[in-house]
Design a protein around this ligand. Structure first.
Ligand code: SAM
Length: 266
């Protein structure tokens, strides 16, 4: 699908839950957020149906995100359903890694191809400080399990404050080198003031080459992270929501007061 600016939109990022088992300082308030009502969250049937229609329209890359996707009940089953859709060339998931030691093998067996794991520091105390509740050990076990399961290439998402030369980022870089993981440095974004920058080591954050649509866990299809445009797939139906989102996709992000990372998934 080509948008008005001749960008080929073929990447769908699906947030499967607004809930998370961490409380990263730049993403969630300490006490969490008021969770969406169960009935407002898209069911597996709705997610699969929407994805099939997206694929018929040209989507060939799908990533699950959250909240934390591994806290969504029966996530392995959802992966199996999505892996059975003909036409998806790249099926991946972004996770904080806390539950990955348990899920890596079943996810791989269900058809997941690869994972991105979020890791901002390799210092356990600092990790706890940033995530407020996280245990770095569990992430390390999760990374090892992903390697064992063959969920490759493993990409590490590292959020930086100012630059990828700051000490935590350098620690993550050295760790990734030793483990042969790819690392991507994401400059801390602020949706409300429109602060974003190209991802170092990745392709995100550069409007000229943006190829994404995002589906939030409550069924809003958003053509741009830094814009409040949204098309509800339950109200409009998938086909129409996709067409409207593609037609409306802005040339460049500005600000968003409605998007939240924990709902839309970054
Ligand atoms: N829970 C999963 C995880 O931790 O990877 C998936 C959802 S999380 C919202 C997706 C990505 O967004 C993570 O890599 C996280 O670090 C990033 N993120 C969240 N808030 C951000 C912010 N304000 N600026 C930059 N990246 C952010």
């Amino acid at each position: 699908m080509y948008d008005r600016y001749n960008r080929n939109i073929h990447y769908l990022r699906i947030s499967v839950t607004d809930r998370c088992n961490l409380r990263c300082k730049y993403c969630m308030p300490e006490n969490g957020i008021k969770p969406l009502r169960h009935e407002d969250i898209l069911s597996f049937e709705e997610i699969v149906s929407f994805t099939k229609i997206s694929v018929e329209n040209g989507i060939d890359k799908v990533r699950l995100t959250g909240g934390e996707p591994l806290v969504r009940k029966n996530i392995v089953h959802l992966i199996r359903l999505l892996a059975n859709i003909d036409g998806i060339k790249d099926l991946s998931l972004t996770t904080n890694g806390i539950l990955l030691s348990e899920f890596a093998k079943p996810l791989k067996d269900a058809g997941l191809q690869r994972v991105n794991i979020s890791l901002d520091t390799v210092d356990p105390d600092k990790y706890r400080e940033i995530t407020r509740v996280g245990d770095l050990n569990r992430v390390m076990q999760g990374i090892a399990a992903a390697e064992m399961a063959g969920l490759r290439p493993i990409k590490i998402n590292c959020v930086v404050n100012k630059s990828s030369d700051e000490p935590d980022a350098l620690g993550v870089k050295a760790f990734c080198k030793s483990r042969k993981c790819n690392v991507r440095f994401i400059h801390q974004m602020n949706l409300e003031i429109g602060k974003y920058a190209p991802v170092e080591g990745g392709t995100g954050g550069d409007c000229k080459i943006c190829n994404k649509l995002r589906l939030s866990s409550d069924g809003n299809l958003r053509p741009c992270l830094f814009d409040d445009l949204s098309f509800n797939v339950r109200e409009l139906g998938s086909e129409k929501a996709i067409r409207m989102a593609i037609d409306a996709k802005p040339e460049c992000g500005t600000i968003s007061v409605q998007n939240r990372f924990n709902v839309i998934g970054g």
